[in-house]
Design a protein around this ligand. Structure first.
Ligand SMILES: C[S@@+](CC[C@H](N)C(=O)[O-])C[C@H]1O[C@@H](n2cnc3c(N)ncnc32)[C@H](O)[C@@H]1O
Length: 220
């Protein structure tokens, strides 16, 4: 199976299938609708595939991206002047090569927590252990038991993948250590008929050349 190789300056534009975001809220974060009065920032929103789902659950959702995909504001999350503690949650599928920076910055911006959808291999590496996990361990890692296929620049209901994904969550004030959770099989129940209606095709040449069929996922 080909490995993904992204150019260092790639935007890493891999939209999240809507059901994978619903899985975070339904199975990990949301219990009894308590997010409906909370605010959320999706700071790498792309064409809005994750932000639109977050709006199904949160009272308010702000969305931005460094590139103009026709959805949300235009902003580089890592250099934009976002007030500390200005959102309850920061939730995103960040560009993989900048995931650490998104987490660190997100923890400043969020009052309650940060959740990122990352390839499960993100949990590896001495460097990430030393820079993040040893000093700021997540409160939960929620591993998808199903595959979450992601394709560069568009949603594809029929895509497949060999890549595992997890939601990694930092819930502020949690002192229970890092919980390992599983996102149970839920694609069938959380996928909606119109999720793939607005086929978005990127016209952004971000240097990706390897054959791509993969990407995956989940959280708290
Ligand atoms: C993996 S895609 C995820 C898109 C969207 N979050 C979703 O889940 O469908 C990563 C996104 O990060 C954006 N991005 C890359 N660098 C960024 C930065 N410094 N600030 C904000 N967005 C950035 C890319 O343009 C791309 O849309």
């Amino acid at each position: 199976m080909a490995q993904r190789k992204e150019a260092r300056d790639s935007l890493d534009n891999f939209p999240t299938p809507p059901w994978a975001t619903r899985a975070l809220l339904e199975h990990i974060i949301e219990q009894g609708g308590y997010t409906d009065h909370l605010s959320c920032l999706e700071p790498a929103c792309g064409a809005g595939h994750m932000a639109k789902v977050l709006a199904e659950y949160f009272g308010s959702v702000s969305a931005s991206d460094v590139y103009d995909y026709g959805y949300g504001d235009i902003a580089d999350f890592l250099s934009a002047d976002v007030e500390r503690g200005s959102y309850d949650w920061v939730i995103t599928n960040p560009p993989f090569r900048l995931a650490e920076e998104f987490i660190t910055h997100g923890l400043k911006v969020a009052r309650r927590g940060v959740a990122v959808l990352v390839r499960t291999v993100f949990l590896e590496s001495v460097g990430r252990y030393e820079r993040i996990f040893s000093s700021t361990p997540p409160s939960a890692v929620a591993q998808f038991v199903e595959r979450v296929p992601m394709v560069k620049g568009r949603l594809d209901k029929k895509a497949s993948t060999a890549t595992g994904y997890a939601w990694v969550i930092w819930e502020k004030g949690s002192d229970r250590g890092t919980r390992l959770l599983w996102v149970p099989p839920c694609r069938k129940s959380l996928e909606r008929a119109d999720d793939y209606d607005e086929q978005y095709s990127s016209d952004v040449d971000d240097g990706f050349e390897a054959p791509v069929r993969d990407q995956n996922k989940l959280l708290l």
